[in-house]
Design a protein around this ligand. Structure first.
Ligand code: G1P
Length: 291
């Protein structure tokens, strides 16, 4: 019997140094894609996939994230009085019902694996999802929902993957593939940020995971890996070695790495072009700009 995936962890403790000075006082997760912060895309994606419990791993200076997912009665009343129904729906889309939103702190920046470990008491003994808000996938069916369908089919552990150029393997978790049917790649290993000549494949993990709770036991060992950090990927590798079933799923859609300036700008253009209220005008303005 597959246990349902009800909880999702959002690691949001990072300093966002790549976006300074913008992120000096503003969390990078609040950077807007068109008119909505990155973190809200991740939360809405999780909700669309059936997630009920939302766990944020934060750090100092991230309080605004807590407010963003709280209710705002004065604003709601004002929008209601003014008949601004669409704006009201847009802000209320960020509401998470009382008792379903959890905040836990990562006191020191010891790595992604350590951040996930900080959520252990809220996760307990259930499979859970992890969403890295920097990675945004543009697609009709949200990426995590696609993964949930795969999980309901095959169980075990599922990570979202995409091919990257070999010279980029040192930016991602890279799969060691046992067999591959073009949609699902059964994994026999995974390596964090291998050099191009050492990478076992060019299939890379994007920031979406469905994992069994045993990952927390491996993270508990607090082994330091690539970049001097406690890596989630290393715990996944240990789970595979211990016999856990792991698949890489080639999701439908386009991933934008919004932790990178070019990726973030591209995402804004791509999401803008998709919008019914902006797409046509944005397209013609871009054409003018590019001559
Ligand atoms: C993290 C993970 C890496 C994964 C990537 C996806 O790296 O450690 O395995 O491929 O997210 O975005 P980071 O981007 O935090 O360096």
């Amino acid at each position: 019997m597959k246990k349902p995936v009800r909880k999702a962890v959002f690691p949001v403790a990072g300093l966002g140094t790549r976006f300074l000075p913008q992120t000096k006082t503003m969390p990078k997760e609040m950077l807007p894609l068109v008119d909505k912060p990155l973190i809200q895309y991740a939360v809405e994606e999780a909700r669309a996939a059936g997630i009920e419990e939302f766990v944020f791993v934060t750090s100092r200076g991230k309080d605004v994230l807590e407010d963003h997912f709280d209710q705002h009665p004065e604003l709601y009343d004002t929008l209601e009085e003014k008949g601004k129904k669409e704006s009201l729906a847009a802000v209320q889309a960020a509401d998470i019902p009382s008792g379903h939103l959890y905040f836990t702190r990562q006191h020191q920046p010891l790595g992604l694996g350590h951040a996930i470990w900080c959520a252990r008491h809220v996760i307990g003994d259930e499979p859970f999802a992890i969403l890295l808000p920097d990675d945004v996938v543009l697609n009709g069916v949200p990426c995590l929902k696609q993964m949930m369908e795969v999980y309901n089919e095959i169980g075990g552990n599922v990570v979202a993957v995409t091919e990257v150029p070999r010279e980029h393997t040192n930016r991602y978790g890279i799969l060691d593939v046992a067999n591959d049917d073009g949609r699902l790649a059964k994994m026999k290993g995974v390596v964090e940020k291998p050099a191009p000549d050492k990478a076992p494949s060019t299939l890379s993990i994007i920031g979406r995971y469905i994992v069994q709770p045993q990952v927390l036991d491996f993270l508990e060992q607090k082994v330091v890996g690539a970049g001097g950090e406690i890596q989630l990927t290393d715990a996944l590798q240990k789970m595979i070695a211990a016999g856990q079933d792991f698949h890489g799923y080639r999701y439908q859609g386009t991933r934008y790495d919004c932790g990178d300036k070019l990726g973030f700008l591209m995402a804004n253009v791509a999401f803008g072009l998709e919008r019914s209220d902006l797409g046509t005008n944005l397209r013609s303005e871009l054409k003018k700009l590019l001559g």
